[in-house]
Every structure is written in structure tokens, then in C-alpha cells.
Design a protein around this ligand. Sequence first.
Ligand code: ASP
Length: 584
Amino acid sequence: MLRTHTCGELNMKAVGQTVTLSGWVHKSRDFGGMTFIDLRDRYGITQLSFNEESGDMLEQARKLGREFVVQVTGEVIERSNKNLKIPTGEIEIKVTALNILNASKTPPFTIEDETDGGEELRMKYRYLDLRRKPVRENMLLRSRVNLEVRKYLSEQGFVDVETPYLIKSTPEGARDFVVPSRMNQGQFYALPQSPQTFKQLLMVSGLDKYYQIVKCFRDEDLRADRQPEFTQIDCEMSFVEQEDILNTFEGMLKHILKEVNGVEIDTVPRMTYDDAIKQYGSDKPDIRFEMKFGELNEVAKNKGFNVFDSQELVVGIAAPGCADYTRKQVDALIDFVKRPQVGANGLVWAKYNEDGTFKSSVDKFYSQEDLAEWANVLGANPGDLMLVMAGDANKTRTALNVLRLEMGERLGLRDPKVYAPLWVLDFPLLEWDEETERYHAMHHPFTSPKPEDMHMLETDPGKVRANAYDIVLNGSEIGGGSIRIHDKEVQKRMFTLLGFSDEEAKNQFGFLMDAFQYGAPPHGGIAFGFDRLVALLGGQESIRDFIAFPKNNAGRDVMIDGPSEISEEQLNELGLKLDFSNDE
Ligand code: ASP
């Protein structure tokens, strides 16, 4: 080994030892007769010292540039100027031998916790960015979470099975990435959006409990913080009901939080999809704080205020302790909700003063008694600010959700160190798509309707609920799954409902329907978004810095400069270009 120790482990106990370290020159401080160098590796930073006694080496040391790779041998000595902020800060190495292993160009940005490099530059030189402690620690966290997932699941009897990456294109939801086949010209593989059908086939195979930490690919227009390739913890179990899945994966989340973050959580609360939408305007509510929606139709309509009377829904929240908001602060909130991203028509406010009186933007229409009723519905207390919106039910709930989250943020109620998971249950089976004027599977076409809703499948499909569930953490969906259809006939009805002809269903999913004829067990599963989960465990919302080599918002890897064109020769080989060169 080119070292006896790492740059993160030596302390006062090692004083007097002769050691060899290798690493990168993080920083150097040259005081003429004395030079100090901070040597860095994955484990930390250790100070090296050179002085006049070092002879030629002093000159050499003074010339070392940032990020040079060096090996040093020397004695561990107590430092006169201690840095108690780092574990190695009480010692330094008095260097007796210096070996330059490699030179380095000056890096394009500083390798510091707070770098001067912008996003684009950091991504272009991601291998240098990864030398920075915060990014490196994210990678270590990711690896630790991966390991704990494997420990937990294998303990529970899950088998890690790899499923293929080169599969067949199916319209599962998003657009597929496709790969041309050279040996089958004119035909294409698709990269899996998820191993969904394969994991179901593994249940038919009797593997019983499957998992895989696996790459999935979706060719979607990139919204902020989406990656075209991402990682799932993908799982499936046989002979289970929804309750079994919830228990198993609640256990997994608890295990990870405890082992990785040292956090113990109680039983994960559950909420139906309908309640989530009514109370929070979102199917992934952040329940770190209350501020639940209150519906005001009964108490706010028909009081002469036209703006409310004509609308489908009047709904509000009570922001705790915000009754002292100034005109300016309230106006800022009104501007906030009117931005196109939020899309509200407006915002009505009512202050519930500490003295029990009310002051509102609609005092002309509502008496003190009326506003007291609002307060009652919204659960407002003296000192709170009631914020009310009206309009089309769906849109208004969505807009109020954004405002609720904003208020939560402003009030410091969204602490990233607090973990508040939630199961959202009983999702609708189908979702009406205005554009195509068709039903789409809300989860995917293999999701089982609730047996008690089955009778409405053809008559009132929009009302049918699914045995589908999501797990939400701090307002982000971290996983979702369902109990599957395991009966060929039900699966067929489902495809019909989704507008597949028998022919199309057979072409695309014939293999699955065939398999269902050979003793498919009842089964169900779930997939967690691994990148997002790790980001949340790292106390952040953006996934990019938890992926070693992510793509930018245009789906490009700016480091390797991909995607790229391919040669004429490759195109020819793939049959993607007509080759006229042999034509006479
Ligand atoms: N395959 C699903 C997904 O990618 C998850 C599942 O139903 O297990 O969302």
C-alpha cells in the first residue's frame, strides 16, 4: 500500500509514530522558512509541515500545486496551532520523505465545501466535484442506504434477481428509450421504465419475494429534479394482501431511518387518497405540520359576496400566529398565489386578532359572527391568519396546497431533520385524460381494483378504487405500489377499459396473460424511488447531488457530452440509414 494510514484517522494517540500518507494537496500555506500543506483523501484532511530542516524538500513542497497527488512519510507530532473542528486537528506530520505521485492542472473551481464553481462547471468536471466533502458524503450516504436496504430485505427472505435492460417497448406511462437492434434490423429494444412485468412473472415462477435495486429509464420532458435514468428499490411478494406489504415496507423505512439517521419513528399513519386531497389538496401531503384545509361553502356562500357564490369550492387554512402580518406581507402572499405557477384567482384573508375580534379583506360582506364561523371550520385560534381561496375544486385545492407548503416553510415547520412518513391508500384505479378522452391507469394497468368496487368497473369506472398505495415522506412521494391483478379475465377487462383492443393487448402483454394461465399466485409489490429517498435522508430535496453522474435539465451528460451522433458506419450497421454505396 502506498500509505499506512488515511488522512482522516491520526490524532494525539499517534504522536511519535512514523507514518506514510497519500492524498491530494488541498491547500498550502507558505511562510518562507515554513510550509504547511493540507493533505486530503476520502477520509479527511491531515496537515503536513516542512521547515528549513527539510532541506530540498522544502523547496519541492513550496512548488506543489493544488490537487497534486503526493505520498509523504514522517513523524506524527503535536501541533502548536490546533484546529479542534476536525478530528485530525491536534496533530501534524513532520515530513521526512516526499514523493510526487502525479501533478495536476489547477482545477477549474475550488475543491471546498462551498465552491466557487457554478452548476454547469461542476457537472462538466464532476469527478472533481465528487472530491468535495458534501458531494462525497452524499455518495457515502447512498452506499450506506443501499446496504441497509439489502440487509433488511435479505433478512426478510427477499431474493435479489436481475431483470433485463433490453426489453420490448410498451406504453406503460412515460415514453420509452429505445435501442436499435443490429441483428434484427428495423426492430428496437426498449429500456425498462420499471421491471414491473418481470417481477410479476417472477411471482408466477414461485420466487415469492423479489427485490432489486435497479435502474429505470423514462424519456419524459425533464421537469426540475427528474432524471431520465433513475434508481428504484423494486419489490414484489406473493400470497400477500395490502396489509402485508404496508407492514413489510414500513419496517424497511424504519430500519433505514434507525440505522442510517439514528431516528426512531412510530407506526406510519395512514390516510385515504380522498382525505389527502380534501385536507391537504395533494396526494402527497407534508404532515410535518397541521394547517389542514377547511371547506367553507356552508358558511361563506350566499352572504352577498359574489366572488364566492359562483364558485364550486371555498376553502381555506389558518396560518398560526400570522395575524400580525402587515399589509405588505399579505400583499406578497396574494402576489405569490397569483403567479402562473400557482394559478389562484386571488386570496381572501381574515385576521383573528389576539383580542378575539376579526379584520378581513371582505369585512363589507361578512360580520364578526360570520368570520368566527370561518375560524371554527379552519380551527383558527386568536393570533392566526385565515387564508381563503375559491374556484374550481381541483384547481383551488392544488393552489391552496402550494400556499400551505409556503406558509409551512415561512413558519419553519418543514424541518428536514424531522421525518414524517405517511401511507396514502385507496387511490382511484383510473384517471380521466382530457386530451385523449380516455381513462388511464392511475398507477399502472396491472393494479387490482378493490374487490368491493369491481362491480362498477364497466358502469362507473371513474369511481373504482384500487388496491394501490403510496408512501410519502415529508411531502415527497418516495414509493408506490399495488396489489396486482392475477386473473387473466380481470386483466383482460382492465385492458379493454384502457382502450386496448384484444389484438393490442395480446401483442403487448400476451406473455403476461399467458403466464397468468399457469397458476399465478395472488401477489403485490412496491417500488421506492431510491434517489429521492437518499436525498431526503440527507436532508435535501434535490436528487442531483445524490447521483454520481447525473444529467442536466436537457437530459445531457455534460461531462461525457452525451448523447452524441454516431458514425455513418454505425448507422449503416444498425440499418438506420440506407446505404447506396454499393448501388451501381
Ligand atoms: N412499477 C411501479 C412503478 O414503477 C411500482 C410498483 O407498482 O411496484 O411505479
